[in-house]
Design a protein around this ligand. Sequence first.
Ligand SMILES: [Zn+2]
Length: 149
Amino acid sequence: MSDNWLQYIPGDPTFQPSHEQAEKARSLLASYVPDADEVSVAFTETIEFFDPGANWSGVTCPACGADAEPWWLEAMDAASHEGFSNLFVTAQCCGKRVSLNELHYNWPCAFGRFALQAMNPNVRELTPAQESALAETVGHGLRKVWMHL
Ligand SMILES: [Zn+2]
């Protein structure tokens, strides 16, 4: 049995909404995906990486376009030891300073301390209007990460 998670993460990895905003956003998302198994919010102390699970399709360097996967794992490992408080790394392909949050993930990923998530939402996508309403409720632009487990 596999599960699909629709997750919305603030574009600024440090951003957290108030608990009231989060609850409003949770009810709003629940109203958009009434057939979901579960709709929840997650607050974390430190920044976490929201990966797409089995949807992972590799990563390339935004500065030079090279495949970044050869150095990405090591860079992620080092950054995770600091709770992802510093996302800037030196790209080993071209030596440029790049943010792990701005690499070109072929399947979207995100870093954050807050997530709005729906398990098995049973929709293909929300409409742009629904996504704007969620962002407005959370109080920040959101990145979408479809995670398949
Ligand atoms: Zn590069």
